[in-house]
Design a protein around this ligand. Structure first.
Ligand code: IMP
Ligand code: MG
Length: 172
């Protein structure tokens, strides 16, 4: 199985720097921001994003699983690990690796919005708009890519390649 670099480590670092600055600018000074990383894919993006931000940021993680093992996602997700603290009155940002069909994110946004947060926004390192099935709102996107299956920087193929410090396209 071959992998070809699509987005380098340097490109990711630079983009996360501008993304972090954009997020900080969008929220009034003095208001805290609570980031919720989606495991496992979002772990590396989360780690780099929070390091590019100021101490007003706090973080937590969730783990999700799609219902069923079929190839077509129903968009229903099961919460395998929930956040540790209440989201009431807080500015929440979901931190995800990639938005593909958008089904997972759409469902997760609904779950979190029901918990009376002050606001809910979403940050995805990658977006594949050509694959979208639902019109999901993602305020912060690192890179828009074509319809490739990508791995690395948290993203896996059968649990492999998450450790790559860059994004690569999986070949034969
Ligand atoms: P969605 O519900 O179709 O948007 O799928 C989102 C999830 O599918 C992501 O959080 C990833 O875990 C996974 N996924 C989608 N595209 C890729 C890819 O190209 N590589 C690795 N995982 C992917
Ligand atoms: Mg994921």
């Amino acid at each position: 199985m071959t992998t070809t670099v699509l987005i380098t480590e340097d490109e990711i670092r630079a983009r996360i720097g501008t993304l972090a600055a954009e997020i900080e600018r969008d929220y009034p000074a003095g208001e805290d921001i609570h980031l919720i990383g989606v495991l496992k894919g979002g772990f590396m993006f989360m780690a780099d994003l929070v390091r590019a931000m100021t101490p007003r940021v706090s973080l937590d993680f969730m783990a999700l699983s799609s219902y069923g093992k079929g190839t077509t996602s129903s968009g229903q997700v099961m919460v395998l690990k929930d956040v540790d603290s209440s989201l009431e009155g807080r500015h929440v940002i979901i931190v995800e690796d990639i938005v593909d069909t958008g089904l997972t994110l759409h469902y997760l946004q609904d779950i979190l919005k029901a918990r009376a947060p002050r606001s809910v926004r979403t940050a995805c390192l990658l977006s594949k708009p050509s694959r979208r099935v639902v019109d999901v709102q993602v305020e912060y996107i690192g890179f828009t890519i074509d319809d490739h299956f990508v791995v690395g920087y948290g993203l896996d193929y059968a649990e492999r390649f998450r450790n790559f410090p860059y994004i690569a396209v999986l070949g034969e």
